[in-house]
Write a protein that binds this ligand. Sequence first.
Ligand SMILES: NC(=O)c1ccc[n+]([C@@H]2O[C@H](COP(=O)([O-])OP(=O)(O)OC[C@H]3O[C@@H](n4cnc5c(N)ncnc54)[C@H](OP(=O)(O)O)[C@@H]3O)[C@@H](O)[C@H]2O)c1
Length: 342
Amino acid sequence: MTKLRWGILGTGHIAGIFSRGVAASRTGQLVAVGSRTQESADRFAREFGLARAHGSYEALLGDPEVSAVYVATPHPLHLEWTVRAAKAGKHVLCEKPLAVNRGGAVTMIEMARACGVMLMEAYMYRCHPQTAKVVELVKSGALGRIGLIQATFSFCNDFNPDARLWNKTLGGGGILDVGGYPVSLARLVAGAADGKAFADPVSVVGAGCLDPRTAVDVYAAALLRFANDVVAQVTCGIGLLQDNSVRIYGSKGWLHVPEPWVTTREGGTATIYLHRPGAAVPEEIRITAPPLYALEADAFAAALAADLREVPQMTAADTLGNMAVLDQWRAAIGLSYDADKT
Ligand SMILES: NC(=O)c1ccc[n+]([C@@H]2O[C@H](COP(=O)([O-])OP(=O)(O)OC[C@H]3O[C@@H](n4cnc5c(N)ncnc54)[C@H](OP(=O)(O)O)[C@@H]3O)[C@@H](O)[C@H]2O)c1
């Protein structure tokens, strides 16, 4: 089988994790890396056994050996490098959020379509069989009529005004970094309740705390109401410990997903819990899966091999719906970025 030839754009934290995922995938082959500095590209290439290390992103995009590019820069740079990669004829898996706002995402999606390349926003949890199991349970009626969803992704990171997470110029803050996960899960489940791929909320009410020094959101919450009367409470943060889990409440039972996002990162078994009225203990549902980021690389390659225009687990329409909610959530707490002005 011909493997999909990946080029990694950026050499930070997630670039290394995804590269290990490609190495563990069935369909992918790591071919090259591009960095703003040759030194960093060389270091990364040594670590991952890559023969091709480029000292600029332009050089990576000009590498004819590369078929698909993984964009792993801070969010505000996603737009420029995805557009440039598409123009260079490369398929693109771009980290989340696809752009700082919905308008940027539209530009990227239109450019990918115009250039005839595939583009996916890298919500890796969407490619995990645990997520598929949650959707299956909701669609099957196992929980009855779905009413409420609670979903959280949050962590407590030390303040550093220069770091990506805290720096506004670099797109810092919790809503953009991790808020998109609970929002996308809520939209997925609210849609599944009606047998659809996703649903978009009819209202978004948000609240949050902005850091007094850099004005990025430290933690935030939002209430999403959907047309089918599903209500979701989503929370996120970069400076607060929370219970990173999902709970889905229905008329016949409720589901607890203790590790909804970064599950089986190295491969293994995840467990979700189905609580039923009167049962002393919940039913345990176990899902064994390969490494999470290998699943993402394989989902991307499978869509390409099947000549699909997009990856079914995270379509362009789904991304745009998610970005629209993040825009509304940010507006509700008075959080804007330079990209919002253009
Ligand atoms: N899906 C996931 O599980 C997951 C997890 C973490 C992060 N992410 C996403 O991945 C993206 C990168 O996050 P990260 O945590 O990997 O960030 P990071 O560790 O700070 O790395 C970002 C990389 O981007 C490049 N870069 C280009 N311009 C930059 C600039 N002006 N300042 C800093 N770095 C710059 C750098 O690579 P070079 O020096 O080599 O050019 C840097 O190493 C974000 O959009 C984030 O939301 C996704």
